[in-house]
Design a protein around this ligand. Sequence first.
Ligand SMILES: [Zn+2]
Length: 331
Amino acid sequence: MNYDIQTVSNEEILYIHEAGYRRRYISTNATHNRVLEVFEIDQIPTIYLNQRNNKLENIYCLTHCLGHVEFNKNNTWLKALRIPKMTQENLIPYMEHEGFGLFINVFRQLATTCSDLNSNFVAPINYFLMQDQNLCDWQTKLLRMIYDEAFYFNSIKKTTLLNEGYAVLRQTEYINLLNLSVSEKLEIAQIDARLHYKPEQGLNYYSLGRSMWEEVLKQDVSKVLEEYTDVQFLDHYYNETVHEKENVSVVFKGEVIRDFYNVKHLLRKQLSDSFSGIYVNLDVTNNTNKLTLNYISKYYTDVQTLMNLKLGLEKLLCRRVYIKPLRCNPN
Ligand SMILES: [Zn+2]
């Protein structure tokens, strides 16, 4: 297995963690205060370790990341990925253009999905790449880079449960092979509890992912590893045993849902919807010549975000833009 290991300062690892990959251009500051490791997917992946880590923390991180290396090497969605080009250095030539910051903000938001919903509801990024007469030269170039970046993050997103579950599973196997003392094992367990307990998320990808992997029959492991996305993984391996063991509940419309069937249904929705939210309505746009976007209401409960998106687009394109909720289910 081919990979790089780099030890970086606390400040740098916080930045990489916040940004998503090294030297990615972002305008916000890191909000976390302790990150032990970042795994960066590329043709040769990189494991970044925080130089403040102690020996056991590094063992913990490396064993976990070896699981990621193995997963990424095999999974169809991840193995072809390359680190995106939206780095601070690469963007310098674009920064002199008026509207550079706005362009990045607006189109990164619109790039939450690269997949069209159907032939009428088209992902905005695909629409603007098709209709590039709306844009000037530097904007088209930048948009292609934003597309590649969005594709990178979306591919990672749709395999997160599989990937984290696999990493945790392999990590346990690797750690068991090491001759650790009782106190070292205890320390490892403490690091594990600290990092993997995430009550605010409602869903612990590490623990749930591992339990689901434990349901995969030996003869099916390579197929799941190579071909599956999280949705398929859930369809096949979220069974009543996993449900009981992980004690999963989902809050839906203010109500806590606990029964197996409904939890599975809601988890499926959550995993399949998490990278879609706003589409260009092609029929309406073409027929009326008014650029019309439809959004799925539950992702945009904040009116201000939509308003800013609309105003930003209008400013960049010098034309009116209409944004409306998607009322019916277009499927
Ligand atoms: Zn991980």
